[in-house]
Design a protein around this ligand. Structure first.
Ligand SMILES: [Zn+2]
Length: 392
């Protein structure tokens, strides 16, 4: 990798011929057509929030440095931005009057409304640019290195850079495009941001079984890098989404971001009754003893076996103490053990009075059969009996 430091290129130079694509939401060209501002592998422009973009311009107006910028030299006198794309796009958009900054009186000022000296000051500001020439593997290393500055690249943004090509381009059109009308539907099950590649990440994770091993995603992308279609990826993704919505009629907030790919692989050959599933989902969702609502769906898919998925709320200490006292008092009167299961036995324990800490709380009516975690349904058992009951 060869790097050359250039400090002679000014903001005015870089913004010469600046083109911003409002529709795609990205800066395209600059430096009189010699610079590609947003190569395909780069993330979308995310500074247009009236804060980050304004901060870039304010820094320049105050004479603060805006940091290092990296170009990759792709041909003689042709460059792509490797790092600095967000800042350059902000500057270009400001210079083309796309957003204002605010003066000391809070008055908005577009570039064209600044006094000529200020305009000149901005144009003459030199940038600190490293121009890099190197192999793709080196670029990958660079991305990792420069990742420490600014808004860090996400894993998938990095992967898009490494595997840039027709496959990534096509995949981004579908999964990284906030104008895709399906995003709304998908967002019920997928968390994260479309423009930060979280949906694409999820789609790739599902098809490659990246949930088993993250390296699978890289392998898949590498294998399909030069494909001229994304049919397999899209078909699998749609199958998972269709399966979720065919099993679960209800859309619950806790469904967002679950490991749907893994659940699909595990359960898509099992038949479910929608009505029953729906009833169960709603029951469990409203059950205040279910602490982990995210576990409801896998619990149901697995045939309501694995209660640990639900993280059931246990009896609290005061409830246990009240139940213990009540039980122990009447046991003493009757001359029986305060563990009802010991009391019906015929060994020495039949009359044994256990201390509170020798006992555990149990649901009289099992939680799975609708028993609540309230005092009326609380029964203290000796630890041995509680354990054997819990294992049923
Ligand atoms: Zn007992």
């Amino acid at each position: 990798m060869i790097t050359t430091l250039r400090t002679d290129i000014t903001i005015g130079d870089v913004c010469e011929g600046f083109v911003y694509n409002e529709f795609e939401g990205k800066g395209l060209f600059g430096l009189s057509g010699k610079l590609v501002i947003q190569p395909e592998y780069q993330r979308n422009y995310i500074y247009a929030d009236g804060k980050k973009d304004v901060a870039v311009i304010e820094s320049i107006l105050k004479g603060y440095p805006i940091g290092l910028i990296y170009f990759v030299k792709v041909a003689e006198d042709k460059y792509e931005i490797l790092d600095g794309q967000q800042r350059i796009t902000s500057i270009g958009r400001f210079k083309t009057n796309k957003f204002p900054v605010f003066d000391e009186n809070g008055t908005p000022r577009y570039f064209r409304g600044l006094n000529p000296e200020l305009q000149e000051k901005i144009n003459k500001t030199p940038l600190t640019i490293y121009i890099c020439e190197g192999e793709e593997t080196e670029i990958k290393e660079w991305f990792k290195t420069i990742n420490i500055a600014g808004v860090p690249l996400k894993e998938q943004e990095l992967a898009n850079a490494i595997h840039s090509g027709p496959f990534v381009t096509l995949a981004k059109e579908v999964f990284s495009n906030s104008r895709n009308a399906n995003i709304q539907k998908w967002s019920a099950y997928i968390s994260g941001a479309v423009d930060r590649q979280d949906y694409l990440r999820t789609a790739l994770e599902w098809i490659s079984k990246g949930y088993e091993n993250e390296d699978n995603i890289d392998k898949y992308m590498s294998l399909h890098r030069y494909d001229d279609n994304i049919n397999e990826l899209k078909l699998y993704f749609d199958s998972v989404i269709d399966w979720i919505s065919s099993v679960f009629d209800d859309v619950k907030p806790a469904m967002k971001g679950l490991e749907w790919g893994r659940l699909y692989e595990t359960y898509h050959n099992t038949a479910y009754n929608n009505q029953e599933v729906s009833t169960l989902v709603n029951q469990l969702y409203e059950d205040i003893f279910v602490k982990n609502t995210k576990g409801i769906f896998e619990y149901i898919l697995g045939g309501c076996q694995d209660k640990s998925l639900l993280d059931i709320r246990v009896f609290d200490e005061s409830t246990k103490r009240v139940a213990y006292t009540k039980q122990t008092n009447s046991a003493k009167e009757e001359g029986k053990s305060n563990c009802p299961l010991c009391a019906v036995g015929n060994n020495a324990n039949a009359t044994k009075i256990w201390s509170l800490k020798e006992m555990d709380a149990d649901h009289v009516t099992a939680w799975t059969r609708g028993g609540s975690t309230t005092i009326e349904n609380c029964e203290m058992l000796c630890k041995t009996h509680n354990r054997s009951k819990g294992n049923r």
